[in-house]
Design a protein around this ligand. Structure first.
Ligand code: ATP
Length: 255
C-alpha cells in the first residue's frame, strides 16, 4: 500500500498532440524518499509524462501536485527552483564546457549572484563562487568523476557524460530527480554502478522517478513501479507484483 507523504501526485492527467493522446487519465503518487519506476513500451507516454511533471508541457486536463502544491502551468525554471530536476534520454550537457563548468551551471539556480554581482566581483560574490566550486567538486566526487572535472564534456565517454549530467541535476538541490532512461547506452558494469549511485542518491534524501527499459536495473532499484501503455496506466505495484501481472507481460515484459 502507498504511504502517506507523497512528494508528487498526478490526478487524471491528460496530454494530446493533434490527434494523438500521448497521456490519458493517468493518476499516481510518488512517496517522498522512494525510488519509483515508470515503464512501458515505446510510445507509451513516459517521456511526455516527464515533460508534464517538469513543466515542459501543461496538462490539457488533470492536475500535477509537487510537494503539496499544484504546479500546472509552472515553467521549467520555477519547478527547478521548487526542487524538481531531471536528466534526458539523450544526454544534454554543454559540450563546449568542462565537466566542472557544467555542474556549476546547475548550481546557478541556488546562488544569489546576479549579472551585476558577477561583473562587479564583490567579496561576497567571490566567496559564493568559491563555495559553488567546492560544492561542484563534491558532487563530481559523489558520482565518481573527480579526476575528469577539467575535461571537456564532449570528450567524455557516453557513460561518464550520463554521470556528469546526474551531478549537474543534483546541483540544483532537488527533492525529486527524474532520470529518463539513464542506463541507455551503458554496459553491464556501468549499469550496475548506476544502480548503486541511484541508491546513494535516495539515501541522500532525494526521491527518484526513473524511466527505464533495462528491467534488471528497474526491478532492482525501484520499490514501486507504474506501467504505462498507449498513454494509460496499465498497472502499478511492487516489482514482484508488476512482473506477475499478465497484462504487463502481454503489453511489455513478454516482448
Ligand atoms: P519511448 O520509450 O520510445 O521514449 P515514450 O513512452 O517516452 O516512448 P512518448 O515519447 O511520451 O512515449 O510518446 C507518446 C506518444 O506521443 C507517441 O505516439 C509519440 O509519437 C507522441 N508524441 C510525443 N511527443 C510528441 C510531440 N511533441 N508531438 C507529437 N507527438 C508526440
Amino acid at each position: 500500500m502507498p504511504g502517506t507523504d507523497p512528494i508528487l501526485e498526478l490526478s487524471d492527467v491528460e496530454k494530446s498532440f493533434g490527434g494523438i493522446r500521448a497521456v490519458s487519465g493517468v493518476s499516481f503518487s510518488v512517496e517522498r524518499g522512494g525510488v519509483y519506476g515508470l515503464i512501458g513500451p515505446n510510445g507509451a507516454g513516459k517521456t511526455t509524462l516527464f515533460n508534464l511533471i517538469t513543466g515542459v508541457y501543461e496538462p490539457d486536463r488533470g492536475k500535477v501536485f509537487f510537494d503539496g502544491r499544484e504546479v500546472n502551468g509552472r515553467p521549467v525554471h520555477k519547478l527547478v527552483a521548487l526542487g524538481v530536476a531531471r536528466t534526458f534520454q539523450n544526454v544534454e550537457l554543454f559540450s563546449g564546457m568542462t565537466v566542472l563548468e557544467n555542474v556549476l551551471v546547475g548550481l546557478t539556480v541556488r546562488t544569489k549572484c546576479g549579472f551585476l554581482g558577477a561583473v562587479a566581483h564583490w567579496p561576497w560574490v567571490v566567496r559564493e563562487e568559491e563555495e559553488s566550486r567546492k560544492t561542484a567538486l563534491e558532487l563530481l566526487s559523489f558520482v565518481g568523476l573527480s579526476r575528469l572535472s577539467h575535461s571537456l564534456a564532449s570528450e567524455l565517454p557516453f557513460g561518464w557524460q550520463r554521470l556528469a549530467e546526474i551531478a549537474r541535476a543534483l546541483a540544483s538541490k532537488p527533492k525529486l530527480l527524474l532520470l529518463d532512461e539513464p542506463a541507455a547506452g551503458l554496459n553491464t558494469t556501468e549499469t550496475r554502478e548506476l544502480g548503486a549511485l541511484i541508491m546513494k542518491i535516495r539515501d541522500m534524501g532525494v526521491t527518484v522517478l526513473l524511466v527505464e527499459h533495462d528491467m534488471s536495473l528497474t526491478m532492482e532499484v525501484c520499490e514501486r513501479i507504474v506501467v504505462l501503455d498507449q498513454g494509460r496506466k496499465l498497472a502499478e505495484g511492487t516489482p514482484r507484483q508488476v512482473q506477475a501481472d499478465e497484462r504487463v507481460v502481454a503489453a511489455y515484459l513478454g516482448a
